[in-house]
Design a protein around this ligand. Structure first.
Ligand code: GMT
Length: 382
């Protein structure tokens, strides 16, 4: 195929708040800006997908809840829609984010089509599709099958590559393509946002996540409860889900006046630019897009040294990695940044520089484009 021509790319992801969906939406947006035609296929319009952008289309998958079945099925209607969009729009590539059930549906969709209409399937593993579901005997073999039959597999960190080999026993080629983030222009000033949060001279600590057990919100709260002096900071939590289950812990730890929660925020950039330190306590993370989002706004993070996070944070240069999951150790690390504003600012600058040099769209998106072109060349369309 002509290596310069624009491609027709289908993207399937989880549309709701979550790292893989955010990454996939951003990738689609960037690809469309670069002249490719991008077709999102999912049960809802992806979160943060821009409306009315040129060359960007959305195809909803309709799920019928037949009384006949105890559980509604998504995989089959998704695969039928993938096959339909591939055929009608002559897709070159179907890029699926998060293996379950997207990769399986893509393999099925491809096999429903005659050879000349088959798209190449690219599967990107994001994290728990390997680390959690890959280890589940009810999912592992299906994920392995889908990876084996994908035209290319990418993973978002070296850590995830090793885990995919270890947990799933998958020994096929995998390309490591890290996350990227393109911040939008904040809508409000830093001062306005800090005023909204009731922050005066305090240091603003930021945590953003979907609050799942793996994010260890218990440890996050235990950590901030140990930071001294208490009036030196405020914590803003950008919660992808309801924070209500943690409200009693906040009261128990006497943190009511030190924590502000904002749920399902759209304009995260407003809050990122207002923050001074990120704090992340996850049990594991294949990459941790939230840390990168903070880095883009010169905000260094304190985190546990787990999963792929050491590929994102350079310890003591762009943030602090704590070797233990001890709340006391994490609190001391945060305190050290609260007390030393010069070090904090220097780390923030280094973090933003690292984000630009390694994890910007300009660096990462061309790697996906090159991969698409490679898989298209390997197996020319009939
Ligand atoms: O686990 C989450 O918080 C969401 C999950 C997802 O699939 O949406 O995030 C994963 O993908 C992100 C984008 O590649 C990574 O930055 C996250 O580290 C990863 N989460 C985990 O590995 C737990």
């Amino acid at each position: 195929m002509d290596s310069g021509r624009s491609l027709k790319i289908g993207i399937t992801c989880y549309p709701s708040v979550g790292g893989s969906g955010i990454l996939a939406s951003a990738l689609g947006e960037e690809l469309a800006l670069r002249g490719h035609e991008v077709h999102f296929i999912s049960y809802e319009r992806p979160f943060r997908m821009p409306a009315n952008a040129p060359r960007l289309y959305f195809h909803p998958v309709v799920i019928n809840d037949y009384g006949l079945f105890k559980y509604p099925d998504y995989t089959l209607p998704l695969s039928v829609k993938m096959a339909e969009v591939s055929r009608d729009h002559r897709l070159d590539v179907l890029h699926v984010h998060y293996a379950v059930p997207h990769a399986t549906a893509a393999i099925l969709a491809r096999s429903m089509l005659p050879p000349e209409q088959q798209p190449r399937v690219v599967t990107t593993l994001h994290g728990t599709d390997t680390t959690l579901l890959g280890a589940d005997p009810g999912y592992g073999p299906a994920i392995h099958h889908a990876l084996t039959h994908s035209d290319a597999v990418t993973v978002v960190s070296d850590f995830l590559k090793q885990e995919t080999q270890r947990v799933l026993g998958f020994d096929g080629p995998m390309e490591v393509i890290h996350n990227f983030f393109t911040p939008r222009q904040p809508r409000r000033s830093r001062e306005e946002v800090r005023r909204e949060l009731g922050v005066k001279d305090e240091v603003l600590i930021l945590h953003s996540s979907n609050l799942r057990p793996l994010k260890r919100i218990d440890l996050l709260l235990e950590t901030v409860a140990r930071i001294r002096p208490r009036d030196s900071f405020k914590l803003v939590i950008l919660a992808g889900e309801s924070f209500a289950p943690f409200a009693s812990d906040v009261r128990r730890l006497g943190l009511k006046n030190h924590i502000v929660v904002r749920e399902k925020v759209n304009d995260i950039e407003d809050y990122l630019q207002a923050a001074d330190i990120g704090l992340f306590t996850s049990e594991t993370e294949s990459f941790c897009l939230s840390i990168l989002e903070a880095m883009c706004f010169a905000c260094p993070s304190v985190s546990r040294r787990v999963g792929g996070i050491p590929e994102v944070i350079e310890n003591n240069v762009t943030g602090i990695l704590s070797a233990s999951d001890d709340a006391e150790a994490l609190a001391r690390a945060v305190e050290s940044l609260i007390k030393d504003s010069a070090r904090r600012v220097a780390m923030g600058r280094a973090a933003r520089q690292r984000a630009l040099e390694l994890f910007s769209a300009a660096i990462v998106v061309p790697r996906y484009e090159a991969l698409y072109r490679r898989v298209c060349e390997c197996r020319p369309k009939a």
